[in-house]
Design a protein around this ligand. Structure first.
Ligand SMILES: Nc1ncnc2c1ncn2[C@@H]1O[C@H](COP(=O)(O)OP(=O)(O)OP(=O)(O)O)[C@@H](O)[C@H]1O
Length: 368
C-alpha cells in the first residue's frame, strides 16, 4: 500500500551539509533540496560516511564507538555543520570533533549535544537487522536511544542511572558495602523511572511497529514486550534478596540495564527463529515506528536517511523504502545505483559528491 505523501505539514529541511576532515569525505558543502537526494556510487566511496555526518550534525548522535574514528586519518580535528530550516527559521548546527569529544554549537553559541534537535533525523541502515538477531543490549540501545530522543528527562535520568550503576558495581567489587543502602535508593529511584517511561512508550511503539510490519507485508503476528528483571514496585526488595549473589559476582544483576525488548513472531522469539527476510522486515518496521513516534512527538517530519536501499533485494521491502522516502519532505538515499524519482542525484567517488549529469534533475521546489 503506498504511503501518504507529506502527511505532516511542518518539517525540517537540511538545506546544506558541510564536512571538514570527516572520515574519507573531501571537505565540502553540499546544498540539498527537498525531496529525494540520491547518492550513488561504488562500495567504499563514502556514501555511508555522508549519511553518518548528516545524522551527527542534525542530532549530535553517532554509532561510532570512539569519536576519534570519525576524524580523517592523519588529521587532529574534524567538523560537521548542518544548515537546518525548521519552524520558519534557519539554524546553524555545528559539531566539532577534537580530543575524543564532540563540541557543539547552535547558531554560533556553545551548546550541549542534547540541545540539538534530536527528532530531526531517522537513519535506516542495512545493519538494522542486528536489532532482531543481536543480543538484548542492541535492543536496549534502540529503546534507550529512542526514548532519549523523545524525552530530555529520559536522557538525563539514563545518564544518572548509568553513573550510579558504575559506582554501585565498584562498591560491590571492592566489597565495601557500608554505603550500599544509599546506592540502592538512588538506583531504584532512577531505574524505576526509566522502567515506567519504557512501559509507557512501548504501548505506542508496539502499535506503530505492528502497523508498519503489516504494511511491509509481514504475515506473522508480531508482538513487542519488555522482559523485565524486576519491577518498579519490587526493585528495592529484589536487590536486597540478590545481595549475596551480587557481591559474589561484583555486579548489579537486576534493573533496566538487564532488560530486553522481546520481539516475537507468531509467538516465537524473533531473535532465534526469524528468517533473514523476516528479521529485516521487523527491523524496518521498528525504524518506521521511530519515524512516526518522532513526528508525533515534535509535530515535524524528520529528515530520512536511508543507507544502501540497493542492499534490499526483496522487491516489496525495496519499494517500501522508496515509498517511505517519497512520503517525507526530505530524504537522502544511498545505493550502488541511483534512486528513482530523485530531485537531485549525486555521484559518490572517493569521498566527493558531484551532481550526476546523466540524471535529469526534477524541477526544484519553492522553499520558504
Ligand atoms: N577516519 C577515517 N579516515 C579516513 N577514511 C576512513 C575513515 N573511516 C572510514 N574511512 C574509509 O571511508 C571509506 C568509505 O566508507 P563508507 O562506509 O562511507 O563507504 P560506502 O560508500 O557507504 O560503501 P558501501 O557501498 O560498501 O557501503 C572506507 O573505505 C573506509 O575505510
Amino acid at each position: 500500500m503506498p504511503l501518504p505523501r507529506h502527511a505532516y505539514n511542518a518539517h525540517v529541511h537540511l538545506r546544506a551539509l558541510t564536512t571538514l576532515h570527516y572520515r574519507n569525505l573531501s571537505p565540502a558543502t553540499l546544498d540539498l533540496p527537498r525531496g529525494i537526494t540520491s547518492i550513488w556510487g561504488e562500495n567504499g566511496a563514502g556514501k555511508t560516511n555522508l549519511l553518518e555526518a548528516a545524522y551527527l550534525a542534525l542530532t549530535g548522535l553517532t554509532n561510532a564507538p570512539r569519536v576519534e574514528q570519525l576524524v580523517t586519518r592523519g588529521e587532529r580535528e574534524g567538523y560537521v555543520r548542518a544548515d537546518l530550516h525548521s519552524g520558519g527559521s534557519t539554524s546553524i548546527l555545528e559539531v566539532g570533533l577534537a580530543r575524543g569529544r564532540r563540541h557543539v554549537k547552535v547558531d554560533g553559541v556553545r551548546a550541549r549535544s542534547s540541545d540539538l534537535p534530536r527528532g530531526s533525523a531517522v537513519w535506516i541502515r542495512p545493519e538494522d537487522s542486528d536489532l532482531v538477531y543481536g543480543s538484548p543490549s542492541a535492543r536496549r540501545a534502540y529503546l534507550d536511544a529512542l526514548l532519549s530522543r523523545l524525552s530530555v528527562r529520559y536522557a538525563h535520568q539514563l545518564s544518572r542511572f548509568e553513573r550510579t550503576l558504575t559506582q554501585r558495581n565498584a562498591a560491590l567489587k571492592s566489597g565495601e558495602t557500608w554505603a550500599m543502602d544509599v546506592w540502592d535508593d538512588a538506583l531504584v529511584t532512577l531505574g524505576s523511572e526509566l522502567m515506567t517511561m519504557r512501559r509507557r512508550v512501548l504501548v505506542r511503539l508496539a502499535e506503530l511497529t505492528q502497523a508498519a510490519h503489516t504494511q511491509l507485508g509481514g504475515h506473522k503476528p508480531l508482538t513487542l514486550a519488555l522482559t523485565e528483571s524486576t519491577t518498579p514496585e519490587t526493585y528495592l526488595a529484589d536487590l536486597a534478596a540478590r545481595r549475596a549473589e551480587e557481591l559474589a559476582r561484583g555486579q548489579t544483576v537486576i534493573g533496566p540495564h538487564r532488560d530486553d525488548l522481546a520481539l516475537t513472531l507468531d509467538l516465537f522469539p524473533a531473535a532465534d527463529f526469524a528468517s533473514r527476510g523476516e528479521a529485516r522486515t521487523v527491523a524496518l518496521a521498528l525504524r518506521k515506528a521511530e519515524l512516526d513516534l518522532l513526528r508525533e512527538r515534535y509535530g515535524e517530519n524528520p529528515v530520512l536517511l536511508i543507507d544502501d536501499f540497493t542492499a534490499e533485494l526483496d522487491p516489496n521491502r525495496r519499494q517500501f523504502l522508496l515509498d517511505l522516502a517519497h512520503s517525507v519532505p526530505q530524504a537522502l538515499v544511498t545505493g550502488t545505483e541511483h534512486a528513482p524519482g530523485a530531485r537531485l542525484t549525486l555521484r559518490a567517488e572517493s569521498g566527493t559528491f558531484m551532481p550526476d549529469a546523466a540524471q535529469q534533475p526534477l524541477p526544484a521546489e519553492a522553499t520558504p
